[in-house]
Design a protein around this ligand. Structure first.
Ligand code: AP5
Length: 216
């Protein structure tokens, strides 16, 4: 059983790695960013609350985010293992997650940090684009569609840039997340379940390192 947290700054490749991990290990993928974007699109109360934080590159309050994760972790598909992508992001969220996993009897097995330097992240985020139909993520520089203008996954031909990938928002997102990243890594290092991978390699190589950790 693998119950995994993927840590990493915005653009580190958590979503990209999650896709491959899900294919290989068949885990439930829980991305708080995706959950918030869906809630915003559906104009739910959580979505309406989250929108102003996300649009400005700030974090949604800890309790709101933790409640969403607790509800998601109660769903059946998480019983065979899960990946938390983008949660926790603060030590308060990490403490709340400790309580949640105890309550639900779903012990964390691995925490993997994908490490990438800030200048690489800025370049990556400004070059990221998404398929409008299926949400697949691409990158103009490092990971374009195989056929120009056609989504590899669904064949869609319309793409968009995330609002929070615009340069003025990216700067604040990185600042906010950088402050939290080291304490969070220390938190899991002390528990003896933290591993780190070099996120500045190709996505295939990043996945190979993660695969080796998870197979142990
Ligand atoms: P979220 O959607 O989680 O954004 P994020 O953490 O900023 O992460 P990203 O999705 O931007 O990046 P990623 O690491 O998944 O990278 P990706 O694989 O796409 O959260 C959005 C917002 O929601 C937050 O700002 C916050 O407001 C709110 N929120 C979410 N969780 C929260 C929480 N727990 N608490 C409070 N608020 C929360 O890759 C990036 C690009 O690089 C892509 O173009 C990809 O193709 C490319 N790429 C990936 N890997 C590689 C590689 N190895 N080499 C080259 N290019 C690569």
């Amino acid at each position: 059983m693998i119950n995994l947290i993927l840590l990493g700054l915005p653009g580190a490749g958590k979503g990209t790695a999650s896709e491959r991990i899900v294919d290989e290990f068949h885990l439930a993928h829980i991305s708080t960013g995706d959950m918030f974007r869906e809630a915003i699109a559906n104009e739910t109360p959580v979505g309406l609350e989250a929108k102003s934080y996300i649009d400005n590159g700030n974090l949604v309050p800890d309790e709101v985010t933790a409640k969403l994760v607790e509800e998601r972790l109660q769903q059946k598909d998480t019983e065979k293992g899960f990946i938390l992508d983008g949660f926790p992001r603060t030590t308060v969220q990490a403490e709340l997650l400790e309580d949640i996993t105890k309550r639900l009897d779903k012990r964390l097995t691995n925490v993997i940090s994908i490490d990438v330097s800030e200048d690489v992240l800025i370049k990556r985020l400004s070059a990221r684009y998404m398929c409008k139909a299926c949400g697949a993520t691409y990158n103009k520089i490092s990971n374009p569609t195989k056929v120009e203008g056609k989504c590899d996954r669904c064949g869609g031909s319309e793409f968009y840039q995330r609002d929070d990938d615009k340069p003025e928002v990216v700067k604040n997102r990185l600042e906010v997340n950088k402050k939290m990243n080291t304490p969070l890594k220390d938190f899991y290092d002390k528990k003896g379940i933290l591993s780190s991978v070099n996120g500045e390699q190709t996505p295939d190589k990043v996945f190979e390192e993660i695969y080796d950790i998870l197979k142990k």
